[in-house]
Structures are given as C-alpha cells and as structure tokens.
Design a protein around this ligand. Structure first.
Ligand code: C2E
Ligand code: CA
Ligand code: CA
Ligand code: CA
Length: 280
C-alpha cells in the first residue's frame, strides 16, 4: 500500500484507526456515564504485617452500557485530556467521603487510619483545589484526619512551592498526603525535599521484582531507610505473594496493599471487613 494519490492521505494503519475510533467512542460514552450512574468505587484494604486493616484505597470503576467494563488505566487518561476528570474527580471525592462518613458513624476499627483517594494532577492543579477538599469535608462531616490524598509526580506541572502551599493549608486541617507510585518518576527526590508528605507508596514494579532482582531489593531498602530518616510512613503496593511480604517485612516495611492480602472489594464487602475487624 505504497500508492500515492488519494489513498496516501490515510497513512495510519488499521490498529491506529481502531484506536482512534475506540477513543472517540469512549469520549462519547464517558460524557454520559455520570448521569447514567455507570461509575462506582471499590475499596482495597491497606494492612499491617498481621493483616489488620489500616485503611482502604478507593478505586474507580466504570461499567459502560456500550463498552462494558472499562479499566481506569484506559479511561482516566482520556478523562484527563478532555477535562472530564474535574467532574469525575469530584464524584469520586463526594462518593468516597459519604462512604467514609457511614463507616465513621458505624464505628471504625481501632487501627483504622485512613481512606485513601486518588487525586489526578489536573484536579490538584485547580486554584480551587484546597476549597474543594474543605467543602467536601464540611458537607460530609468526616474527620479530616481520616483522609489520605494520593498524589503523583504529575502534580509538578505547577511550581513545587505552590504545590507545597496547597498541601500545607490542607495539612492544617489534619488531611494526610501520600505520594503514589513512588520511585517511577524523574524527580522523586525533589518531592521529598520540599513537600509536606506523610507517606510514600512504593510502586508495585519494584515489589514485583523484589524476590529475584537484587537491584529492586536495594531500591526498596533505600526508600524505606530514607523514609524512616524523614519520618515518613512507607506502604508497599502490589504485594501478591507471601515471599514478597516476608522480604518487605525484613527490610522494615510495615504497611502493605496487594492481592496477597485482598483484591479491591465492593462496598458491602469492605463494610463487612470493617465490622469483623471491630469485633476483634
Ligand atoms: P494506582 O493508584 O497505583 O492503584 C493501584 C492499582 O494496582 C489498582 O489498579 C489496583 O487494583 C492494582 N493492584 C492492587 N494490588 C495489586 C496486586 O497485588 N497486583 C497487581 N497486579 N495490581 C494490584 P486499578 O484499580 O486498575 O487502577 C489503576 C490506576 O487508575 C490507579 O493506579 C490510579 O492511577 C488510577 N485510578 C483508579 N481510581 C482512580 C480515581 O478515583 N481517581 C484517579 N485520578 N485515578 C484513579
Ligand atoms: Ca493510588
Ligand atoms: Ca500506585
Ligand atoms: Ca499506578
């Protein structure tokens, strides 16, 4: 298909054509998904070394009428690019905080520390971000110290000082911040130096390799000891096997999240987990 002429305008291949069509379909479907109530949250436990629940991470799910179940890794980047993430992020905040309020009222287990919510870079970048969080706290009457906002390096499109200023005003109200996917970015160490963080989440790519790759072991070891010196908590993500948990424990990691402990679960199962933990 090296023909010149009219055909040559269509320089992309079938795969690319599919992905363009697919993307358009997804943009369109996303547009209606909120009003059609197609989004829901699942909750993945974060635990200590004995499996006690320290918190949950709220994770977004989309069941589209046209497209079926679409993973967040596919629709969130599109929502980011189209600006839809603003509305969607607000929905996640509202829904997660309303749920936290219910759990708070039912009585949380003694070790429960936080509900973690993912904040996208463009959500954080809004001038109104601090106000948005303050408003949801007020509206839902949650204990702000139970909120753990997960941010990523994508945040640094703004200057570090303005990112830090936003974080400090929320930290005055006891809101916590974790840095997500730690170690995968280019300027991770600059965060540590300048941002008022509470916790590092070690990316699952390091955890995945820990039992066979000495370098991953060294990297995690370094992250854990650095965090300890800076008075930050560390949580290891993507723990799938008991060997990984044991190695991480040996290194000094005390917080875990991953399939070995639990997959993300629906709200009813999460509520049951909390109820059972309270009885212990
Ligand atoms: P993330 O924030 O790094 O979330 C952790 C992802 O790892 C989740 O994927 C979770 O289901 C998965 N995971 C947990 N334990 C294991 C494990 O042991 N093994 C493996 N292989 N995976 C594990 P999920 O739910 O598909 O979310 C993917 C990404 O989408 C998230 O990565 C986050 O960046 C984004 N995301 C999800 N929900 C939201 C949201 O409400 N808002 C925003 N802005 N982003 C979200
Ligand atoms: Ca996260
Ligand atoms: Ca992560
Ligand atoms: Ca990730």
């Amino acid at each position: 298909a090296k023909e010149s002429g009219r055909g040559s305008l269509y320089f992309y291949n079938d795969e690319m054509r599919n992905s363009v069509a697919e993307r358009l379909a997804m943009e369109k479907a996303l547009h209606y998904a909120l009003e059609r109530d197609e989004f829901y949250l699942v909750y993945q436990p974060q635990v200590d070394g004995n499996g006690n629940i320290l918190g949950f991470e709220a994770l977004l799910r989309w069941h589209s009428k046209e497209l079926g179940q679409v993973p967040p890794s596919r629709f969130i980047p599109i929502a980011e690019e189209t600006g839809f993430i603003a509305e969607l992020g607000q929905w996640v905040l509202d829904t997660a905080c309303q749920q936290l309020k219910k759990w708070q009222e039912a009585g949380l287990p003694p070790l429960f520390k936080a509900l973690a919510i993912n904040i996208s870079p463009s959500q954080f970048a809004k001038d109104s971000f601090v106000e948005t969080i303050e408003q949801v706290i007020e509206r839902t009457c949650i204990d702000p110290s139970l909120l753990d906002l997960e941010i990523t390096e994508g945040m640094l499109v703004e200057s570090i000082s303005s990112v830090a200023a936003k974080m400090r005003s929320l930290k005055k109200q006891q809101v916590h911040f974790s840095i997500d996917d730690f170690g995968t970015g280019y300027s991770s160490l600059r965060y540590l130096q300048h941002l008022p963080l509470d916790q590092l989440k070690i990316d699952q790519s390091f955890v995945r390799d820990i039992s066979h790759d000495p370098n991953s072991h060294v990297i995690i070891n370094t992250i854990v000891s650095m965090a300890r010196h800076m008075n930050l908590s560390v949580l290891a993500e993507g723990v799938e096997y008991v060997e990984e948990k044991n190695i991480l424990t040996g290194i000094g990691c005390t917080r875990f999240q991953g399939y070995y402990f639990s997959r993300p679960v629906d709200v009813q199962s999460a509520t049951n987990l909390l109820a059972n933990a309270s009885c212990l």
